[in-house]
Design a protein around this ligand. Sequence first.
Ligand code: GTP
Ligand code: SPV
Ligand code: MN
Length: 595
Amino acid sequence: MDMPAIETHLTKNPHLLGWVEEMAKLCQPDRVHFCDGSEGERRRLIEQAVAAGVLLPLDPKKRPGCYLHRSNPGDVARVEHLTFICTSSKEEAGPTNNWMDPREAYTKLRGLFDGSMKGRTMFVVPYVMGPVDAPHAKVGIEITDSVYVALNMGIMTRMGKQALDKLGDRDDFNRGLHSVRDCSPERRYICHFPEDNAIWSVGSGYGGNALLGKKCLSLRIGSYLARKEGWLAEHMLILEAESPEGQRTYVAAAFPSACGKTNFAMMIPPKRFGGWKIRTVGDDIAWMRVGADGRLWAVNPENGYFGVAPGTNFKSNPNAMKTIGRDSLFTNVALTPDGDVWWEGMDDPAPEGLIDWQGRPWSKGSSEKAAHPNSRFTAPITNNPAVSRHWDDPEGVPISAIIFGGRRSTTVPLVLQSFNWAHGVFMGATMGSETTAAAAGKVGVVRRDPMAMLPFCGYDMGSYLQHWLRMQAAIPFPPKIFLVNWFRKAADGRFLWPGYGDNMRVLKWVIDRAHGRVGALETLLGWAPKPEHLDLQDLDASADDVRAATRIDYGEWEAELESTGEFFTSLGPTLPRTLHLWREMLLSRIEEAGR
Ligand code: GTP
Ligand code: SPV
Ligand code: MN
């Protein structure tokens, strides 16, 4: 079939039209649809998706405007082993990324895209990451054959005509090509070409593999640009904390996938902190630049939440529950007989007659989960009753504190503040976390995940950490840096710290430290709160558990720093010497103290 010349009333941009034509020749779709992002278009795409069985309407009274999507059961998470950074040299991708020669990658993937959209519609999805009027917002175009991806991009990004208008006739848009093809793991590749500002993804329709504006553009390509241009693209939530006196403090926090960013960003403080309000600026990604005032300013490039469903309930995260009450897409959750959604860790026990995430009847006592552990919701950012008024502010918000944290059942105490910026970078660089269901592979093994960016850094990890160290000189008024762990466990496996809203108790100390108005205890590993600094009134945990959650066991830390040493060695010669020296110094101090 001959492709007609590509035309749309939406743009005359010759670079864009030429590229779409070239990609259409390659993929050979039956139709090409340019997304304008209008409400009418959204409705029509939903109708199409429902007709095709891609979306299942939920009960319009219980979940107005909501739909369920069941993915291919072999396509439920990011696939780090199939994700590649394709730079001219392998060294630029570094030892923590998979690398493919760009020519080899283009050749291999061209073969897979060849004719991949026969019989399908090619959606051309123009989008902006960042507030549309922000000077540093980025325009991307994602070509995809998935209506599910097009609809998700409509929620997660500023999608449609506004992106084309922002782009005008320029050529500097990210070129994203995506096809689910046959959804086979054997033919699945997520390839990034930072030198070409391009992303080619084939064989998966899932989240971070397929919504190219998110992890691929905003983090992998973003971090590559950030080093070149002197800013930071990070896997961080951004929250606004308003004190009873009305002072607003902004905090960014990096926790690995499925380790609590969405929950922390939407937290409701306990009664004891009645005068405090926490509002969400972003729940997954922060782009941070030095402002004219010398502070670090952050914007959330996204327009929605792609959040973990299991564990979300009215007690743990009421704001998330309200956010997903309407106009949301659910992926791989269970379906109730009355047309609502259910997952493990929801408020009520599983009802009778549940259909599991694969569409099979499910009954209580089943050894399998009803919802996939990495099942997700996609919801518009403004659905959140606690969204910050600055969520779309082109200026962003000034960051006073940066928090790093992983999921660690042992060793890492509830909270520590770094001695200074470089030590804070060390804390972030040596962060470990137990793996979760957000990526394919074994769950629950500790791996080092620097700044929660191990799967998302688009270049050499040692150079990334060097960039972080160098940023100190560029930020006259840098945020203070902290390390937290909500996930320490007792011998019997229960969490020592109640977490969720009670994390406010830790956040309060962090904020007070950032403003220099509370004391701390100097430990060998950083500043810790003294017992009187953490307000524990009405906390649903025993004093013993809190002591165990905050305890520093220097014997465990010797082992921790040994394991950090192995990780540092694996990062190779680009790892800054400063970080090696911090490790040696901390270890020596523990040894010399005879602890
Ligand atoms: P991504 O979207 O994958 O980047 O994840 P995220 O970092 O936003 O994690 P999210 O907030 O969705 O939480 C993931 C899981 O951790 C959920 O099952 C939560 O219920 C659980 N969780 C979040 N915060 C806490 C906490 O403070 N304590 C405990 N014990 N669990 C938590
Ligand atoms: C994560 O895994 O960190 C996510 C979900 O936020 S995904 O979009 O799949 O990357
Ligand atoms: Mn994430």
